[in-house]
Design a protein around this ligand. Structure first.
Ligand SMILES: Nc1ncnc2c1ncn2[C@@H]1O[C@H](COP(=O)(O)OP(=O)(O)OP(=O)(O)O)[C@@H](O)[C@H]1O
Ligand SMILES: [Mg+2]
Length: 269
């Protein structure tokens, strides 16, 4: 699977991406986690010490070159294969996850222009990465819609849209799902997060039902997750027995078996 985790700012993308990546790896899969946020912090959610995380070398964007053919079809060429990039720039994380950081914005880059080349690099890595059943990528996206407008996620197969139970988060999720569909991402699921009550869950479910977005998991608001964050630790290390982790384990099992509850008319159009 090539999974990307998107959603409104602060919805829990990085927390869920890091936890899911490790859970997939614990089940015997090879997992490449890709931090696509210019303000990256997936390393911490994977359980890498924050000081070590700050020193991780970023994948240079100079490897990627885009081109368009006569029909206007956009594609990305890479000077190094994704496997070579992963071998050279991958940082080992707990449970044998390998982490790539692409596009971190450095303090001295103030005023230096856009981050397009990082998007091109990620798009190229996802396009050319050799898919095999025991190998998965989990990409943690920046909040917002830019990665979808740019086509950074064109080559992912599973888009997880993290939704909190409030109106603006729901609205953002609706836009993300539509863009993902128009980009051709075959599987698009909502993951409800920070759910504190049945009312919260109902609000997310009724919005998603109306929009035709399958709700693949409902993760509760979990004090163990919040405390892990306060300490700068991964949820799996600080709160392995939390309810949120239990839900994500169960969800990962369904993802791996291809048995995520969904109505067929809602996906793969
Ligand atoms: N299920 C949960 N229960 C309690 N707190 C949670 C839960 N999920 C995430 N959080 C908390 O929400 C905050 C935001 O989480 P996170 O950084 O993962 O969001 P994000 O969507 O990646 O944010 P950004 O848009 O800034 O990248 C963190 O403090 C995190 O601990
Ligand atoms: Mg994040």
């Amino acid at each position: 699977m090539k999974i990307a985790v998107a959603g409104k700012g602060g919805s829990g993308k990085t927390t869920l991406a890091g936890t899911l990546a490790r859970i997939l790896a614990q089940s015997g899969n090879r997992v490449l986690a890709i931090d696509v946020d210019p303000n990256p912090n997936l390393a911490v959610s994977l359980g890498i010490d924050p000081e070590r995380a700050a020193a991780i070398e970023v994948v240079p964007s100079s490897f990627a070159h885009h081109s368009e053919n006569a029909e206007g079809k956009y594609s990305v060429g890479l000077d190094l294969s994704p496997e070579e990039i992963a071998a050279r720039y991958g940082t080992p994380a707990p449970d044998d996850v390998s982490l790539l950081i692409v596009g971190r914005v450095e303090a001295e880059q103030a005023g230096s222009g856009c981050n397009c080349s990082a998007h091109t690099t990620v798009r190229g890595i996802l396009e050319h990465l050799h898919a095999d059943p025991g190998f998965h990528t989990v990409s943690d996206m920046e909040a917002g819609l830019e990665h979808l407008k740019r086509g950074t996620l064109e080559h992912v197969d599973t888009l997880l849209i993290v939704i909190e139970p409030y109106f603006k988060s729901l609205e953002a999720a609706g836009r993300i799902e539509e863009l993902g569909r128009n980009l051709g991402v075959p599987l698009r699921y909502a993951v409800a997060n920070k759910v504190r009550s049945q009312r919260d869950e109902d609000a997310i479910r009724s919005f998603c039902d109306a929009k035709g977005i399958p709700v693949a998991a409902v993760v509760p608001f979990d004090e163990g997750v919040a405390e892990a964050e306060r300490q700068g630790h991964a949820v799996l290390d600080a709160a392995p027995d939390s309810e949120a982790v239990a839900v994500l384990r169960e969800f990962a099992g369904r993802l791996l078996s291809g048995d995520v509850d969904q109505r067929e008319d809602l996906v793969a159009d």
